[in-house]
Design a protein around this ligand. Sequence first.
Ligand code: BTN
Length: 227
Amino acid sequence: MQIYRFNSIDSTNLEAWRKLKGGEVPPFIVVADVQTAGYGRSGHVWHSPEGGLWFSLAFRGNYRPELMSLAAAYAVAHTVKEVIDFCPRIRIPNDIVIGRKKLGGILIESDPPDHVLGVGLNLEVREFPDEIKNDAVSLHKVARKPIERDKFLNLIVKKFFQTLQKGEVYVSNWLCCLGQEVSFLCGEKQIQGRFMGIDDFKVIIDKEGEFVECPLALVSDFRRGIR
Ligand code: BTN
């Protein structure tokens, strides 16, 4: 697959869209050492200095958004486990966390049938800005081996496509906060209760003995604990 490499770029997602709109045929990858205008979900700034894996995969096809989202989170978590033998967790919808801290994030943008999957993974990020330093973590803190960025890139992309092709993904073993009290937004509605897992792309919550469901696609601001 074609890989476009940059030392520095505004955002690999933006570059992937520019290439798609310019007629470039997917799949292809854009990867950069540094992003000057990296962004995350809801337009948040994504801190992207040297030392991270910042890439976007442009691909084409008709896939359920929830499948793409979980397949991406699974591919990243699985790759971290495979490469450094450390098991991170998926905090739905698609953060990759170690404990309460964010190791990586996933942003999928679609203009069907084209999609851009953006992955940000803090591999060897030595410093975080004050606003996020208590909530972010870098993999070098737990890795006992040298971190090879391209190995992560190749395995994530391979696992992601394999999972999409299968059309299903089981993430129970990878979920953060299972069996714990959580709170999150289901669309506009605040939900609190015990997190029981995901079934058929729906989040299942035990609310004082009664099961409540929320479509995964509507979940945001998922947190451990009660607000
Ligand atoms: C999030 O957790 O909000 C998602 C973060 C996604 C960041 C990645 S880094 C590579 C790609 N380019 C971007 O500008 N964003 C994504």
